[in-house]
Design a protein. Sequence first.
Length: 140
Amino acid sequence: MPFYCEEIRIETKGENDFIDITDRVREIVKRSGIRNGLCCVFVPGSTGAVTTMEYEPGLKRDLAYALARIAPSDIYYFHHERWGDDNGRSHVKASIIGPSVTVPVINGDLVLGTWQQIVFLELDTRPRSRRILVVVLGEK
């Protein structure tokens, strides 16, 4: 089965920097030459996440507020004992959302809903240099 992989590199501003990567993923799928299969988008790391959402300002704020209620900044995290850092909440949020999404590829294009974008979520408390792997599998 044909396999194709590329990386997307991004610089983030830190916590709650949500970046629409749909067009970049779509370009990689086209370069892959795969007509029908699956596209997996994965971030190596434990404080970033990948999901799909309607990428619009209101929902970006809503998601940031919801995550802050799930893992607030003003409570104690045992993770801080291990490394002496302040990003326990970042790890909790990333664990809940997850590091990847898999999207069907049909006729050489991603199958996404009208208002659905692929989004990288920076959840760490500081700016980061990130690499995101895009793997396309299927038939040509």
